[in-house]
Design a protein around this ligand. Structure first.
Ligand code: NAP
Length: 269
């Protein structure tokens, strides 16, 4: 991370709940000085004070970055607390659905605004965040955002803000789909006679291990799947259920992702 600029000018976090908190934990663990962080939140979690960040204090004159991490429905109420920083900071919004145009309307057309979609594995440095900036955002500001977000995982730049709804549906919400997979895989193990503890331990380690393998192996996910599947064996029996074109994962995930993208578009209206 380009800590010098953030450390010297400061970082403001508007809203420190599940996602803002996950990113902040990652930044602090990565070496961002707690004294450089200003948090605005009506009910701050106790760990924030213990971490040494400044909570609900007067804001710095020109923070390097101001993260907007409140729920989209709260954005209108929350923004006035940081709107005066416009022109002296780069705003980075992680709110699902909330468009750059909506933020510009509140912060002024000259405000530098980056829209981003992170995900909660940022808490362990394994997130992925997609970003796109408005006209007022220069390469330096985008690089600074990438440095900051890169400290908690990967970053990708989008060409078009319209991609953000699909990104939200895949990687923003995606961790929840995977956590649900763990839940239902464990429940299915219980149904086959395993204890709840053993079933959960097996499911959690399997999804976690497969996730790391999918990211680190040279093979594609399809090749990795084939490597598990002995012809006529147990995996093939299961995949015939899961890969069914009418009732399996393909139509189910397509419907789920479409529903999330649709909701993202609705939140933007
Ligand atoms: N959770 C995710 O996985 C995820 C992923 C990507 C993007 N996002 C986006 O991140 C944003 C936050 O989501 P979240 O899940 O972290 O929600 P959250 O846990 O509710 O966090 C929002 C925080 O903002 C606080 N807040 C409410 N009103 C405020 C105000 N006027 N000024 C300052 N802070 C205020 C809330 O306090 P109270 O709880 O006391 O109201 C809460 O601590 C959303 O826009 C969401 O779309 C979330």
């Amino acid at each position: 991370m380009n800590q010098d600029e953030i450390s010297e000018r400061g970082l403001v976090l508007l809203g420190c709940g599940k996602m803002g908190g996950a990113m902040l934990k990652g930044w602090l663990a990565g070496g961002l000085p707690a004294a450089s962080v200003w948090v605005i939140d009506p009910a701050p979690a106790p760990w924030l004070t213990e971490a040494g960040v400044r909570v609900n204090e007067e804001l710095p004159e020109a923070p390097a970055m101001t993260i907007l991490a409140v729920k989209p429905q709260m954005m209108g109420d929350a923004l006035p607390q940081v709107a005066a920083l416009s022109g002296r900071t780069v705003f980075l919004s992680i709110a699902a659905g909330t468009t750059i145009a909506t933020l510009e309307a509140e912060l002024g057309g000259e405000a530098a605004v980056i829209r981003a979609m992170p995900n909660t594995p940022a808490a362990v440095g394994r997130g992925i965040t997609a970003i796109i900036g408005n006209q007022a955002v220069d390469e330096g500001a985008l690089s600074l955002a990438e440095d900051l977000l890169g400290a908690v995982g990967q970053t990708v730049r989008l060409d078009d803000e319209a991609q953000m709804d699909a990104v939200t549906a895949v990687s923003g919400s995606g961790p929840a789909y995977v956590f649900h997979l763990i839940e239902v895989l464990a429940a299915a193990g219980e149904a086959e006679g395993l204890t709840p503890e053993l079933a959960m331990a097996l499911a959690r380690a399997t999804v976690g291990g497969a996730g790391v393998l999918a990211e680190e192996a040279d093979e594609t996910p399809s090749e990795l799947r084939v490597n598990v599947t002995s012809p006529g064996g147990t995996t093939q029996a299961a995949l015939e259920v899961l890969m069914d074109a009418e009732t399996g994962f393909p139509p189910l995930l397509k419907r789920a992702v479409a529903a999330a993208a649709r909701r993202s578009r609705e939140l933007g209206q």
